[in-house]
Each structure stands twice: as C-alpha cells, then as structure tokens.
Write a protein that binds this ligand. Structure first.
Ligand code: AN7
Length: 359
C-alpha cells in the first residue's frame, strides 16, 4: 500500500526531542525528493551528485522541518504568539505554522531586502510584519529582546527545536541512499541548517546506520562571508538575500561541525551564484532561489580550483523554491530582461520563428 507522508514529527517521533501528548502542528513537511543531478556530476567530475530539493516543502523551503517542531513545542508550552527575525523564508514558514496552530505571528524583516514571494507568504498567512530599519542581524537582536521581555515565543534557529527538526533532512538522505555521502554541501547564512544536518548524520552514526560522517561543506556569498573572513561582517551584501547575514547565530555549532567532519567553508560571488542558479534550472530541471544555488556554486568553484571529486558521492541541499524570488529567472547572464516573443495565431509563422521545418 502506498505510504502517505505524515510530516517529520510523526515520521520521526522516536528520534526527536518531543514528548508524547505534545500537540503536533504540521503541514506535511519533509519527505522531499533527492534528485539525481547527472549534469552537475558531469560538470564537476564526481561519481554522483544529488540535490535534496527542499523547495518541495509546504512553504517552499527547508525551514518547515524546524518550524513544525518549534511551533508545536511553543503551543505545547501555551504560547499564543511566535516571533522571528527573517531574511524571508523563516517568516513565511513561521506565519504558515502559526496560522495552522491558530496563534499569532510577528515577523521582523530587513527593510527592502526580502524577496517578494516570501513577503507575500507572510502577508497571506496574516503575520504582523515589521520592516526594520536595519539588516537581518539587527532584526535578530530585536527579536531576542522582544521574546525575552514580552509574551512572544522565539522561533529563530537559536531555538534548538528548529535545529532538532531540521536534522531530519540528513535522516532522509541516509534512508534514501542507504549510506552517507562523502560530502554534504549547503548554502550557509546563520549556519543553522549546516549544523542541523551534521547533528542528523552524527545521530545516524551513533545508531550504527552509517559508518562515516560526510565532510560538511558550507558556502556563503562573497559579500556576506563571515566564516571565510573569520569574524562577523558589519554590512553583509549579496543579491542572495536569504543568506545576507553577517553574524551567524550558530557560529560555534558550525565550527564544531566543520572540524569534526573534516569539512570546510568557502565563498562564491553573486555572479557564480546566478550562473549555477541558471544551470540547475536549465540542465537539471530544478528551479531554486539564487541563495539555494550557493552550495552547488561552491562545489563547482572547488572543482575549478583543482579539487578532485572523482568517485565521490555528493549531496547538496538546495534550500528554497525558485518561485520565491522568480525575477532572477527573467534576466539573462548580462542582466537583460528576458521576455517571451509575441506571435500571431498562424502555425506557419510560429513554426518559422521556432526554426522548425515541415516534417
Ligand atoms: C533559501 O529566513 O535565515 O544557514 O531568516 O532562506 O540555516 O541560516 C534563511 C536562510 C539558505 C541559510 N537558503 O540557512 C531566514 C534565513 C535559504 C534560506 C539559508 C536560508 P541557515
């Protein structure tokens, strides 16, 4: 009989830090596809490259895995409102899960710096939205302050319930492959997801399911790359607004994950991100938001710099759906607008424009 996916809390109840009897607020998150990206494997000379397509979650990003946990536990503790700072996806997710739970949500976003699709989601799910005159890092300080002093429950990834839920991404990878990849590559902002996957893989190893941990490779945008420069960045800048974060909340967890896994951090330019964003759409068939292409762009950069990936099995988490920030698909490599051609209803004319000759 076909199995209907029930969301990460029901699927992984025994492996998550949640009590029996706690309410479960779910939208059916998790169970996302692991797509064989042959074209990308060919490009970087690896044996296999898979994309963990997190855009397939209910609100279109990986945040839902953590949000089902954070909001369920908030409700279990009697919270009537949740709050988060966000570059967009966390706010969309928090707003949706709060709506499902029947509680209020407050989201703090950096003014003018979140993608329209994500703002629309927060509005649609009836969040109280505050555009803060500052960047994401300022929003997070403000969110923590408000949560500490007012009756609003913080659901950013500084809340360990978020990391706990997000670790299920690693469980799914291992279940699907039957082994741990050699490398797991992710885009990095606050480094919550990077740390969460590492936690998931470690638990799989402790359970004896896998023998070795994948090396964790995390990539940031060059203008917003505190892990590469070695300290927080005051004025982070990148077109990849989701990861426009200068002071990663999970700094220490991420350093531990990097060291213990023999992994690395790196940075790629906005141009490299947009190139990979287009490659994934055109050659793999997976449409992601620009930020989500950062991991794959980092892998390609490593290959170009001489990294030998022969024989390697690699998983890359692509974190958010392309429809959230769709304007980037409508520009060519030089930044010119792409518009479909306008044609008449005459088949011969349309065929000619398409370059088709009669069969
Ligand atoms: C598509 O929504 O921080 O390293 O406030 O939306 O765990 O922060 C989003 C982050 C990668 C980075 N890809 O993950 C937010 C927020 C996408 C994202 C990241 C984010 P972390």
């Amino acid at each position: 009989m076909a199995h209907q996916w029930r969301g990460v809390i029901h699927e992984y109840f025994d492996r998550l830090d949640i009590e029996a009897g706690n309410p479960v607020i779910t939208l059916g998150e998790g169970g996302t596809p692991l797509v064989d990206a042959c074209a990308l494997a060919g490009l970087v000379g690896a044996e296999r490259v898979y994309l963990k397509v997190e855009g397939m979650n209910p609100t279109g990003s990986f945040k839902d895995r953590g949000m089902t946990m954070a909001v369920s536990k908030a409700v279990g503790r009697g919270a009537k409102a949740v709050i988060c700072a966000s570059t967009g996806n966390t706010s969309a997710s928090a707003a949706a899960y709060a709506a499902q739970a029947g509680i209020a949500s407050v989201v703090l976003i950096p003014e003018g710096k979140i993608a329209l699709g994500k703002l629309s989601q927060a509005v649609a799910h009836k969040a109280q939205i505050m555009q803060v005159q500052g960047n994401f890092d300022d929003c997070l300080v403000l969110a923590r302050d408000l949560a500490e002093n007012y009756p609003v429950h913080l659901v950013n990834s500084v809340n360990p319930d978020r990391i706990e839920g997000q670790k299920t991404g690693a469980f799914e990878v291992v279940e699907r492959l039957g082994y741990a990849p050699d490398l797991h590559v992710l885009p990095v902002g606050n480094a919550g997801n990077y740390s969460a996957y590492f936690k998931g893989y470690k638990e799989e190893r402790e359970a004896g399911v896998i023998k070795h941990l994948p090396q964790m490779w995390g990539y940031q945008a060059e203008g917003s790359a505190p892990f590469t420069v070695g300290h927080p960045v005051k004025h982070p800048d990148t077109i990849a607004t989701a990861i426009r974060i200068g002071n990663p909340a999970s700094w220490d967890l991420a350093q531990t994950a990097k060291t213990e896994s023999g992994g690395r951090f790196g940075a790629v330019s906005d141009k490299e991100i947009l190139w990979m964003h287009r490659f994934l759409s055109q050659e793999v068939g997976v449409f992601v938001e620009p930020s989500s292409a950062t991991g794959a762009a980092g892998l390609l950069k490593a290959f170009k710099q001489g990294e030998n990936l022969e024989g390697k099995h690699i998983v890359i988490t692509v974190t958010g759906h392309g429809l959230k920030d769709s304007m980037w698909a409508l520009k060519d490599e030089d930044g010119n607008d792409i518009a479909p051609q306008s044609v008449s209803t005459d088949a011969a004319e349309v065929a000619e424009r398409l370059g088709l000759s009669k069969k």
